[in-house]
Design a binder for this molecule. Structure first.
Ligand code: FAD
Length: 231
């Protein structure tokens, strides 16, 4: 199995985007997606600033329903699915593992810097951010049963994240029912894996208005209560 370091991927994507002329605006929450005469026309940020836009891509992960301005029928059916993970520290010069191991109730991912990731719980706990004894116990026991030598490794980090899970656990991709609104959310457990295909398809949709065959089955209209998205 191959792997990518998601933190380095995000940093690399930022550099690549800026080199291609994108401007990245961090830590400025979007409070509202605005629309006029039946089409999206921009955003209002939490600090009150307004940004006009012909196209808005709703890609706020597990928080994709928390942005105001869209009617309830336009909100993607996405919920947070809590995941706890931890990292152990191996000796990078003599790592305990050099390849990914899938255990029955956990996976172990050795990074080149010596970190050994153990993941992940899947919990329907809303936006709860607590690290729990039970979560860590489950992961460590599953990892230890498969690779007992992890017992000696120091714990480097423990953390919680929220996956964007859709109603059928598949991504929600493509044009929305009102002009200018595009969805790229609901990637659940595979958002890193699906980054290239999602980015390519959504970029084509924004730039050319073309909906690639690969994403057509993942339109929001599959959930039924919405009019079909424009081709
Ligand atoms: C423990 C765990 C392990 C995982 N392991 C894997 C794995 O091995 N492989 C894999 O492919 N995937 C994995 N995933 C899933 C993957 O992390 C997600 O599918 C992916 O991050 C979804 O990407 P996203 O950009 O849609 O959402 P996110 O990565 O959640 O990004 C959404 C962004 O939107 C921002 N945002 C939210 N609201 C607003 C707002 N109002 N204004 C502005 N910005 C806002 C958030 O701050 C966040 O930065 C894992 C997830 C977890 C929790």
């Amino acid at each position: 199995d191959t792997q990518v370091d998601n933190r380095k991927l995000a940093a690399a994507l930022r550099l690549a985007a800026e080199a291609a002329g994108a401007s990245v605006s961090e830590y400025r929450a979007v409070s509202t997606i605005s629309s006029r005469a039946g089409r999206v026309d921009g955003l209002t940020l939490a600090d009150g600033a307004k940004v006009s836009a012909d196209v808005v891509v709703l890609a706020a992960g597990a928080w994709s329903r928390s942005i105001a301005g869209l009617g309830p029928e336009l909100l993607p059916p996405v919920r947070p699915v809590k995941g706890q993970m931890l990292a152990l520290r191996m000796d990078p010069a003599a790592p305990l593992l050099t390849h990914v191991v899938w255990a029955p109730a956990a996976y172990l991912v050795p990074r080149r810097d010596g970190r050994l990731l153990v993941g992940a719980t899947v919990e329907e706990k809303g936006y709860d951010t607590s690290l729990t004894a039970g979560g860590m116990l489950t992961l460590l026991e599953a990892a230890w049963r498969t690779v007992p030598a992890i017992e000696e490794l120091p714990i480097d980090e423990m953390w919680v994240g929220h996956r964007p899970g859709s109603r059928d656990d598949a991504p929600i991709l493509g044009a929305g029912p009102i002009d200018g609104l595009i969805y790229a959310t609901g990637h659940y457990r595979n958002g890193i894996l699906l980054t290239p295909i999602t980015a390519d398809a959504i970029a084509r949709l924004v730039l050319d208005g073309a909906s690639e065959a690969a994403i057509r089955p993942f339109g929001i209209e599959r959930f039924g209560s919405l009019p079909a998205a424009a081709e």
